[in-house]
Design a protein around this ligand. Structure first.
Ligand code: C2E
Ligand code: CA
Ligand code: CA
Ligand code: CA
Length: 276
């Protein structure tokens, strides 16, 4: 009996210590933050290069932990590793609807794009959630767009079907960070998407390298051949905007136009209209 008692006691102590350790770990803290709905969202304006008119925004998750902002590059990766990313995707959508639902209804040309992760592309789960949440809000499907990275195409067959399903439901799909993944060209012909987002790394080099070695115009040309829109990201300088526009890119986002904003500031940004 003593042996059994010690064994049960030991198991109990082990479980208590393990759950305490989980709670104190960074992934435990992230899980608690998600449960308490402490993940915030900021909106980075996307502008039409020709007019500088704001056409929409990208929703970017934010986590303030014990007074410091943790970079999404860190906590998104953490969430992906610990099975928490789907909760974040859902939370971001909930926030978009809560914070910008009325605004989107009164601005039917304005859209918000949401980043989805690899697991969100393996099944219809998020698409079904999205459908339920939009039901009765008056927000058009085209006002919620999907950003999928090439890293998300681990199960390419499933991803193609899920992407097709998003588009059939009326949600345009963008390939995010285009050119930084693998096999970009081979799948593009069969992959049904609406636009490519040119990664910041290809925008950064504009103006610093000989124009002939710049990759951005080639991506834009490829997009045009395939009939896809282009959004350039991370545009910080006027000369980058000019070069991208002359190369045929229609849309861009970056600090030149605006950093990511609170919902209130984003709505004011749209209402203010283009500068000048
Ligand atoms: P991303 O999708 O490539 O998002 C663009 C990142 O570039 C954002 O960083 C944005 O703040 C930053 N950025 C925009 N314009 C400029 C600029 O002109 N200069 C510079 N230096 N940076 C600029 P952020 O917010 O730190 O997000 C980092 C990454 O985290 C995102 O990269 C995205 O992959 C991921 N992420 C953010 N929110 C979510 C989310 O809700 N779900 C998922 N799955 N991933 C997210
Ligand atoms: Ca993105
Ligand atoms: Ca991106
Ligand atoms: Ca990027």
């Amino acid at each position: 009996w003593l042996g059994a008692g010690l064994l049960i006691g030991g198991c109990f102590a082990f479980l208590v210590i393990r759950s305490a350790r989980y709670r104190l770990s960074i992934e435990g803290e992230l899980e608690a933050a998600i449960r308490r709905r402490e993940i915030a969202v900021q909106y980075q304006p996307i502008v039409e290069l020709a007019t500088r008119r704001c056409v929409g925004a990208e929703a970017l998750a934010r986590w303030h932990h014990r007074g410091t902002a943790i970079s999404p590059d860190i906590f998104i990766e953490l969430a992906e590793r610990h099975g928490l990313i789907q909760s974040i995707t859902d939370l971001v959508l909930d926030r978009v609807i809560a914070e910008l639902g009325g605004f989107l209804r009164s601005h039917p040309d304005c859209y918000v794009s949401i980043n989805v992760s690899a697991v969100d592309l393996t099944s219809r789960r998020f698409l079904d959630y999205l459908g339920q949440r939009l039901n009765g809000t008056g927000i058009e499907p085209a006002q919620i767009r999907i950003e999928a990275t090439e890293r998300g195409f681990v199960d390419a067959q499933a991803a193609v079907q899920v992407i097709q399903a998003f588009r059939e439901a009326g949600h345009p799909v963008y390939i995010d960070d285009f050119g930084t993944g693998y096999s970009s060209l081979s799948y593009l012909q069969t992959l049904p998407v609406d636009a490519l987002k040119i990664d910041k790394s290809f925008v950064d080099t504009i103006g610093y390298e000989a124009a002939s070695s710049s990759v951005a115009p080639h991506i834009i040309g490829l997009a045009q051949t395939l009939g896809l829109d282009v959004v350039a990201e991370g545009v910080e300088h006027e000369e980058q905007a000019a070069y991208l526009y002359e190369s045929g890119a229609r849309f861009a986002q970056g600090w030149l136009f605006s950093p990511a904003l609170s919902a209130e500031a984003f709505m004011r940004f749209v209402e203010a209209g283009p500068p000048g």
